[in-house]
Design a binder for this molecule. Structure first.
Ligand SMILES: [Cu+2]
Length: 118
């Protein structure tokens, strides 16, 4: 038990000292959190504070009380941005779920809620 505890402390120290290659944090997003959109389509773009591994990242769009909408990643010209296009949107509440792998080997994930209005 003592060994396990000191291992965790070491892992924490290693993680803390790796702050220069920190895991991905969202700097900005389209749609922005709690945005209210109109129309059936929107560009999706999430920019992170660091380079991300797009091949090990994904976006999923869920409609609250509805079906998940597949959201294939589009080619992004910059290494810190995930891009996609959401189509077939109908009015309601949505949750954009993102997951990505950053250079420090950490998986980060989060949700961006938004609404589509009539
Ligand atoms: Cu990290």
């Amino acid at each position: 038990m003592k060994l396990l505890r000191s291992f965790c402390a070491l892992a924490f120290l290693v993680a803390a000292s790796g702050a220069a290659i920190a895991h991905a944090i969202v700097l900005s997003s389209t749609p922005s959190a709690d945005a209210i959109l109109k129309g059936a389509e929107t560009a999706v773009e999430i920019r992170f504070n660091s380079r991300i591994d797009a091949g090990r990242s994904y976006l999923k769009l869920f409609k609250i009380d509805g079906d998940a909408v597949a959201l294939p990643l589009a080619d992004s010209s910059s290494e810190d941005t995930l891009k996609a296009r959401a189509t077939g949107l109908t009015p309601g509440h949505y949750r954009l779920h993102w997951q990505t792998l950053s250079p420090d080997g950490h998986i980060s994930q989060g949700d961006i809620p938004f609404d589509v209005s009539r």
